[in-house]
Design a protein. Structure first.
Length: 410
C-alpha cells in the first residue's frame, strides 16, 4: 500500500520532497550547530560552564557575598538608575547599537564603574581608543605590570590578547602590557571609572584559578562595600523585555515557517494556475458489482423484508400488465386467481408462494436466506408467465398436453 494513497501522485511527490529536505536540514543543524555549553563556545557568559564560560567567576563573587546579579533587560533601564554605587561587567559584549553605546556612556558619566573586555568591549567605551592588536598571539601571555597604580599590583596575570588600545592620551593609565602592547587599561571619564582588558581570559572558567587572575578581576571591579554589581548578559543576546515571553524557539520557527508556508502557497498556486486536464470518466460498475453493493446495503440495514416487498410489487405490476389490468391494486390471493384464469398452465405453487411473499413483506424477522428463496421463486413464476404470454405459446402448450395424453393412452 502506497504512502498516503489518497493524494495525487504529484502532490505526494512534493510532500515527500518537503519531508526529505526538512529532515536533512534538521540533521545538518544538529551536527553543525555548536553546543551551548561546550568548550567550543567562546562566549564568556555566566550561564556557561565550559572552558571559556564565566560561570565560575560569577558564582565565586556570589558566594563571596558580593551583591551581584545578572542584567538581562535592556541596558537603557540600568542606565536610568545608575549612580556612584553601580558596577557593571561587560565580558565580550556583542553590540553596535547606538542606544547601547549611549547607555554605557550614561552609566559612566553618572559615576558608575565599568569593566569591559575584548575588542567590542573597547568599542562601547567612551574615548574611541580600542582597536586590533598589531600582532596576534594564540598562546597565553604573561602580562607585565606597568606603573604604580593599585591595579598593576594584582600579581602574575595570564591573558590571550584579542584587541589593542591606542596609546598617547595621558588620561589612559596602562596597568599591564603583553609584548609591549596595552592589555589592561584604566581611566576616568566624567564622574565614573573605566577598566578595559584586551580579552576575557582572566575571568574565564579555564583561567580563573591560574596565578592571580582572580585578584585582577577583584581589583578591576573595586571594593565590595557600598556597591551593587551587575554582570551584563543583555549584550550576549539575552535581553528580557515584555516581548521575551514570545521569544525563543517558537518565535524562530514562526519566522522560518512563514516564508516556507508562503513559498508552498506560491508553488501550489503555480501548479494549479495552468490548464487542468479533465478527469477521466468513471468506469461503470458491472451488474454483479451493482448487485453486491445493493445486497450489502440491505444486509447492513437488516431490510430483508423490504427486498421481498420490492420484488413482490415488481412481480404484481408485470403480471397485471400481461393480464391487461394495469394500475389495479390486488392482494396476493386475488392476484393468484387472476393469473390462474389467464394462465391455467402456471405452477401449482403460485398461490402459496404469493401468500408467503405477502406475509414476508410485512414481517421483520425474516432471514436474508429465506428472503432470497422467495425472490427466486417470484423470478421463476415471472419467467413462466412471460413465456406463456408469447404468441404461439398456448398452441405449443396444447400440443404438449395432447402428446402427453397419447403417451399415457398407449
Amino acid at each position: 500500500m502506497k504512502f498516503l494513497s489518497s493524494l495525487d501522485a504529484k502532490d505526494r511527490r512534493l510532500l515527500l520532497w518537503c519531508l526529505a529536505v526538512g529532515t536533512v536540514l534538521c540533521v545538518a543543524i544538529a551536527f553543525l550547530m555548536p553546543g551551548p555549553n561546550t568548550n567550543n563556545n567562546p562566549l564568556p557568559s555566566t550561564y556557561l560552564s565550559g572552558q571559556h564560560g564565566a560561570r565560575a567567576a560569577y558564582e565565586t563573587l556570589l558566594r563571596s557575598d558580593y551583591p551581584i546579579e545578572r542584567w538581562e533587560r535592556p541596558l537603557g533601564e540600568l542606565a536610568a538608575t545608575a549612580g556612584p554605587d553601580t558596577v557593571v561587567i561587560f565580558a565580550e559584549p556583542l553590540t553596535r547599537e547606538p542606544s547601547d553605546l549611549k547607555a554605557v556612556r550614561q552609566i559612566i558619566e553618572r559615576g558608575g564603574r565599568v569593566l569591559s573586555t575584548g575588542f567590542w568591549g573597547g568599542f562601547i567605551l567612551p574615548g574611541d581608543a580600542s582597536g586590533t592588536p598589531d600582532t596576534f598571539s594564540f598562546a597565553a601571555c604573561k602580562l607585565e605590570p606597568e606603573g604604580l597604580n593599585p591595579l598593576a599590583g594584582a600579581g602574575e596575570v595570564w591573558m590571550v590578547p584579542e584587541a589593542g588600545w591606542q596609546v598617547g592620551n595621558p588620561a589612559f593609565h596602562i596597568d599591564y602590557t603583553c609584548a609591549g602592547q596595552p592589555a589592561v587599561v584604566e581611566y576616568d571619564w566624567g564622574k565614573g571609572h573605566v577598566v578595559w582588558w584586551a580579552s576575557s581570559t582572566p575571568l574565564e572558567n579555564g583561567s580563573l584559578a591560574r596565578a592571580h587572575d582572580l585578584d585582577l578581576l577583584l581589583n578591576s571591579i573595586g571594593p565590595r562595600e557600598g556597591h551593587h554589581f551587575y554582570w551584563d548578559e543583555s549584550l550576549h543576546g539575552e535581553i528580557r523585555s515584555s516581548l521575551s515571553y514570545a521569544a525563543g524557539p517558537s518565535w524562530t520557527m514562526l519566522w522560518i515557517g512563514l516564508p516556507v508556508l508562503g513559498l508552498l502557497v506560491v508553488l501550489s498556486f503555480s501548479r494549479r494556475s495552468g490548464p487542468v486536464r479533465e478527469l477521466p470518466a468513471a468506469v461503470r460498475a458491472t451488474p454483479i458489482e451493482f448487485l453486491d453493493a445493493l445486497g450489502s446495503l440491505y444486509r447492513n440495514a437488516g431490510a430483508a423484508s423490504t427486498a421481498v416487498a420490492i420484488a413482490l410489487e415488481r412481480f404484481r405490476r408485470q403480471s397485471l400488465r400481461l393480464c391487461g389490468l394495469r394500475g389495479k391494486q390486488m392482494a396476493a390471493a386475488d392476484l393468484a386467481a387472476v393469473l390462474r384464469r389467464r394462465f391455467p398452465q402456471t405452477d401449482a405453487s403460485l398461490e402459496a408462494d404469493l401468500a408467503a411473499c405477502e406475509e414476508a413483506a410485512w414481517a421483520d424477522t425474516i432471514t436474508p436466506r429465506d428472503a432470497l428463496k422467495l425472490i427466486q421463486k417470484l423470478h421463476t413464476h415471472q419467467e413462466t408467465l412471460n413465456a406463456a404470454a408469447k404468441p404461439g405459446a398456448a398452441f405449443a402448450i396444447a400440443n404438449d398436453n395432447h402428446s402427453s395424453k397419447q403417451e399415457r393412452a398407449s
